[in-house]
Unconditional design. Sequence first.
Length: 425
Amino acid sequence: MHSYWLDTATPSGDYTHTPVPKEVDVAVVGAGFTGLSTAYHAARAGKSVAVLETNTVNWGASGRNGGMATTGLAIGFRNAIKRYGERRAIGYFREYNEAIDLIENIVQEHSLEVDYQRSGKMNLAWKASHWEGMQKTAEALKRLVGQPVELVDRAGIHREIGSDVYHGAMVDPLGAGMHVGKFGHELGRLAIEAGATIHEKAEVVDVERIGSGTVHDLKTTRGDLRAGAVVLGTSGYTGKPFGWQRRRVIPVGSFIVVTEPLPQQLVDELLPNRRMASDSKNFIYYFRITPDNRLLFGGRARFALSDPSQDRESGEILKKAMHHVFPQTRDARIDYMWGGLVDISMDQMVHAGEHQGLFYSLNYSGHGVQMATYMGKVMAEVVSGRPEANIWRDLKNPWIPGYFGNPWLHLRAGGAWYGLQDKLS
């Protein structure tokens, strides 16, 4: 039940006993990509920074995802145009391109060995109707954004994937993949080298605002500190001390299975161009080849939380799905099976800003590898007095009606709704 990424990465250090400072310029809650990137960029800007983590570096979604840094909004570009208009939709879309560029710049600047490769993203049409919509999306992206997407019809699909279940694909060469376990630990190391401190097993149990500004006192399980500003980056693992943010995030389980290393000939047949791939269902499948030639196959097998029993049951569902998409893998051993929490909001958009003096960046809706890393840089600028760096700051962030932090009822309702949409679309 352990993440492949965490199992095959070397931690940058043991931060379970680092003394919690009494006072810092910036306290960051969460040692995933949002928190570590915030710490790295804020420390580089000369601020004293402490990262407070309930578990260990990269423990949450940052170490449990598919290892894909992909272009595009969770709601889709044409839906974004309908909702926000062309100008804003284009701006939002381009933020995702900027986010991947940031990762590439960090990797290149520091010569990080994190198996980063810009091999492209492939979105696959599950139904013929989805393929029709995909063609319209490609036209809009080329015309309005200048995005270099390419269409592959069903007749030519084997140039991209060794499967017969899809009706076509839209390929974006700007998508990338990497070893997110290695990247997370390297990001932690860079934050430390820039002057930040990391404190694992330091759960924040209480937060008190001092006055009417951004200063807060934080009580943790390993000591208390005062921060000139607090940045919350806990995504689907947001806890009780942050009730306002928690009521705006529904954590949804995303589950993954990873095979044993596969023969080169089979790997070349499954995904010959090593694209980061996902399909067009709401109960999405996503898959890629790992750096050591395994097939990683993930998805929202069902709307559930992540725990050992749910991970096992969902993993078995995914294994059957993998065999349906790729019958060639039926004899492959499954070496890893795990789950993690995706943070989804009412509108499936990124939400970041300030509420009652507390800064936050959440709701990546399955696109957190690039957006969490990027938003860490953005939030470092925001706490330095540049709120205009945050393109999402004017988006309304509505409370999920009837939701107080227990997602079970909403997961059941959401699962039924999205399952119906997959049947009808």
